[in-house]
Design a binder for this molecule. Structure first.
Ligand code: NAP
Ligand code: ZN
Length: 388
């Protein structure tokens, strides 16, 4: 029985739950320099007609698109490129991509880019296999699990870990909603190469690394955390702790660290693949939707407030997180995040609106160890957002 099956979890006691552990990341993941070229055969074995999804420019600039195309050309696999995935991809974009992929006769999808391109590739893979599902209905729970065509993920940011999660976060502008779709789509293959970070500005690396940090912290401060799945965030937080001084310094990031940044992000993805994200992610979506805040900082603004609230509930877990990061206190944790991403300003009206929505967001609140009161939700918003 899968650990995230809530009906099952509701029926068993806490002790039994602790014994009910499963580790499940079915993606074939390679983390190494030149891994697209090195694992060309794995890529070619996935299908016969490839549909490639990327953002507008970065995959062309950082060499990832060329690397994939070189493998497909050498293997005589026909492909079509869709380079219109925007940040925080929309149902419209995903629907258009799936339509083009269908007309092309694609039997698999390769997502190259940050979380946006990979998530869009996952959602398009679902639509491609289910012609009756409309993109506008992607957020509706299906009556039974739906199939999807295989997805290959080539990440070029070091934050979302989407290459190792079953999650796709899609925005439906018609109903003003940014949320994960209720379908589990693990990529079949993930080719993770740190060299694609060479073209990334330090701000992008910091922003996405803060996302990876949040994934690991939220995975531990989570009711689904257990000894088995904790292996990932515990190891990843140690790596993140070793990277933090470089992230905090004004100096450019040495290329020798790119692989470690990517590895940490993939491990952080594996962490949330078992537990899902919790309150800081739930709070971030409104901020991104209403103010266009990039995903990493949008989550990071709420992270210290979440850790503060959880310190009262699960002090040993918070202590462990701080130790792994090489920090002494929650105040140090908060100061570190301030230095990395600064503060976020919103109007009082906006903040009250966000808080009201979060207080009824059971899908995230129910994951907090010991639960979360409306007052605790308010305290996180007060700590995290400054008023204009
Ligand atoms: P992103 O939205 O994919 O990309 C942000 C920007 O970075 C884009 O302008 C992109 O340019 C550029 N970029 C990407 N790689 C680059 C590189 N190597 N060098 C220079 N620029 C580069 O950012 P992200 O933070 O990786 O993804 C955020 C999305 O993922 C959000 O929608 C978030 O909700 C979602 N997410 C998903 C999961 C999951 O498990 N599936 C987890 C957390 C977050 P182009 O547009 O030109 O490519
Ligand atoms: Zn995230």
């Amino acid at each position: 029985m899968y650990i995230q099956d809530k009906t099952y979890l509701a029926l068993i006691s806490r002790e039994e739950k602790d014994l009910s552990m499963r580790f499940y990341v079915p993606t074939d993941i390679y983390v190494e320099k030149d891994c697209v070229k090195n694992h060309a055969q794995n890529l070619l074995a996935i299908g016969k007609h490839a549909f490639i999804m990327t953002g507008k420019t970065s995959a062309k600039k950082n060499g990832s698109l060329n690397d994939v195309i070189a493998v497909l050309d050498a293997g005589h696999v026909p492909y079509q490129v869709f380079d219109q995935v925007e940040e925080n991809p929309s149902t419209d974009t995903v629907g258009n991509a799936a339509q083009q992929a269908r007309e092309f006769g694609a039997d698999y999808i390769i997502g190259i880019g940050g979380g946006s391109a990979i998530d869009a590739a996952k959602a398009a893979a679902l639509l491609l296999a289910n012609p009756n599902v409309l993109a506008d209905n992607l957020h509706k729970a299906p009556e039974k699990p739906l199939n999807h065509v295989p997805v290959v993920a080539v990440p070029t940011t070091c934050g979302t870990g989407s290459e190792a999660t079953p999650v796709a976060i899609i925005t439906n502008h018609k109903i003003h909603l940014k949320k994960s779709i209720p379908h589990r789509i693990f990529p079949a293959l993930a080719l993770v190469d740190g060299k694609y970070l060479a073209s990334a500005k330090k701000t992008l690396i910091i922003n996405t690394a803060v996302d990876a940090l949040s994934h690991m912290v939220e995975s531990i401060l989570n009711i689904y955390s257990n000894a088995f799945n904790r292996m990932c965030p515990e190891y990843g937080l140690k790596l993140w702790g070793e990277l933090k001084d470089v992230l905090l310094s004004d100096a450019p990031i040495d290329e020798s660290l790119y692989e470690k940044l990517m590895l940490t992000s993939t491990i952080a993805g594996m962490s949330i693949a078992h537990t899902s994200t919790t309150v800081p992610h739930g709070m971030s979506y409104d901020l991104t939707l209403n103010q266009g805040t990039p995903h990493g900082p949008a989550v990071g603004y709420f992270l210290a407030g979440y850790v503060d609230v959880c310190e009262k509930k699960v002090p040993e877990d918070v202590k462990r997180i701080l130790t792994l990061l090489g920090l002494k206190s929650t105040a140090d944790f908060s100061e570190m995040l301030d230095k990395l991403i600064g503060k976020c300003k919103v109007s009082r009206e906006m903040r009250d609106q966000f808080a009201a929505a979060m207080k009824v967001n059971r899908s995230k609140l129910d994951l907090v160890p010991g639960g979360m009161t409306p007052e605790e939700v308010d305290s996180i918003y007060e700590k995290s957002l400054t008023l204009e």
